[in-house]
Design a protein around this ligand. Structure first.
Ligand code: KG4
Ligand code: ZN
Length: 375
């Protein structure tokens, strides 16, 4: 079974094809440079870019793979959460392909796509605990199956990635700032007492990162008068690098503490999945790996952590092989609205080739997960 995945939930226009659980190929056009001018994503510009790029990118991907639309068995699209205008462009595109060709369509929860992406590189085990830390969300999930997930905790204000981006902006780093801040942090020495570990003094699995951002703002006011702007790896003074390292450690300590708490409450779980853009963070990857010898940690390679088409194609393939699909009136769901459970299920044809859903650990996806970038 071949699934075409479409991702337009924010500022990446990305498409990929997954066949029987393996990535055949993907393309992506990043809008990061465009939005960097404004210091954050401008929703109207993002929608227009998706509209401009989706058609040519699909042509490019299919031509590269030697496929025509009729070779696709199911079209999966990120239906939310995300920016409504951006989602609508991707969903309308998927519906057009589906209606024009008769291929079934499936809307994928973008967050579930992040969590399942690691299945392109590792065998998935269930039940699993999922930490999804991205630019818009920080959720802890109990994952029973690829399509049954329960949110155990969530951020009450800023997402972890949002905290990275806002602090990076305060520090004069380019947008999106997480990866830049991570790089500076690697070249600094953290002070564990410099910033608080927010929202740990309770018994919940929720997060709150907005106070941490305020603590960094006060620290900058006190110490950062002569720090260069824009800051780069080359010109960052030691105190700035140390500030990045201390902030980075505070976020990572907090995420790890809540995951450890969740594991203690779910002793039947021995698999932890780390996902979302913040999962690319080097210290988080290292610290989560040290969490417990009893835990099997699954982390996608860094290009699969941030938004990409492969994760939607893979999640679509996992669901499509179970016969799940959506009707053409499926809605795009913006951030803040619950994704409805409105998938329908049809029996698969007896001779359908669907592939093994959870093959043994593979050395890596069929194609390089680093997507081809066209700007
Ligand atoms: O999952 P993603 O690509 O998009 C959303 O769905 O939000 O996540 C993007 C977020 C941004 O906030 C970005 O700054 C953060 O992930 N990020 C990182 C790193 N790489 C990306 N945060 C910390 N360390 C990184 N290495
Ligand atoms: Zn995302």
């Amino acid at each position: 079974m071949r699934c075409l995945g479409i991702e337009t939930s924010c500022d990446e226009t990305a498409l990929a094809v997954v066949e029987d659980g393996r990535l055949l190929g993907d393309v992506m056009a990043s809008q990061a440079d465009l939005h960097d001018i404004f210091g954050g994503v401008v929703p109207e510009l993002a929608s227009r870019e998706h509209l401009r790029l989706l058609g040519p990118l699909l042509d490019q991907l299919l031509a590269r793979l030697g496929l025509v639309p009729a070779d696709i068995d199911i079209v999966a699209v990120a239906r939310g959460p995300g920016l409504l205008g951006s989602l609508l462009v991707g969903v309308a595109f998927a519906k057009a392909i589906s209606i024009g060709t008769g291929i079934p369509m499936l809307g994928v929860d973008h967050l579930h796509g992040h969590l399942l992406a690691t299945g392109l590189e590792h065998r998935l085990d269930f039940p699993a605990l999922g930490l999804l830390a991205s630019g818009g969300h920080t959720h802890i999930y109990r994952m029973e199956t690829p399509w049954t997930m329960q949110v155990l905790g969530r951020t009450l204000d800023d997402a972890a990635g949002e905290a990275f981006d806002k602090v990076a902006k305060l520090l004069g780093l380019p947008y999106p700032g997480g990866a830049h801040l991570d790089a500076l942090a690697r070249n600094g020495v953290p002070d564990p007492t410099c910033f608080p570990r927010p929202y740990l003094d309770n018994d919940t699995l929720d997060f709150s990162f907005s106070g941490l951002k305020t603590a960094v703002a006060s620290h900058i006011q006190e110490h950062g008068a002569d720090w260069p702007r824009p800051a780069t790896l080359d010109n960052a003074p030691e105190a700035l690098r140390n500030c990045c390292a201390s902030f980075n450690l505070a976020v990572v300590d907090t995420l790890c503490a809540k995951v450890a708490r969740a594991l203690a409450r779910h002793p039947d779980i021995s698999t932890v999945i780390l996902a979302g853009g913040v999962a690319a963070n080097s210290l988080l990857r290292q610290r989560m790996a040290e969490l417990s010898p009893k835990v099997r940690l699954l982390v996608p390679s860094p290009p699969l952590c941030t938004d990409n088409g492969a994760m939607i194609a893979y999640a679509g393939w996992l669901l499509g092989r179970e016969g799940f699909f959506h009707d053409p009136d499926m809605e795009a769901i913006p951030r803040g609205r619950r994704i409805p459970e409105d998938m329908r299920q049809a029996p698969l044809q007896a001779n359908a080739s669907v592939g093994d859903p959870f093959p043994a650990d593979a050395p890596g996806p069929a194609a390089d997960p680093a997507p081809e970038t066209a700007t």
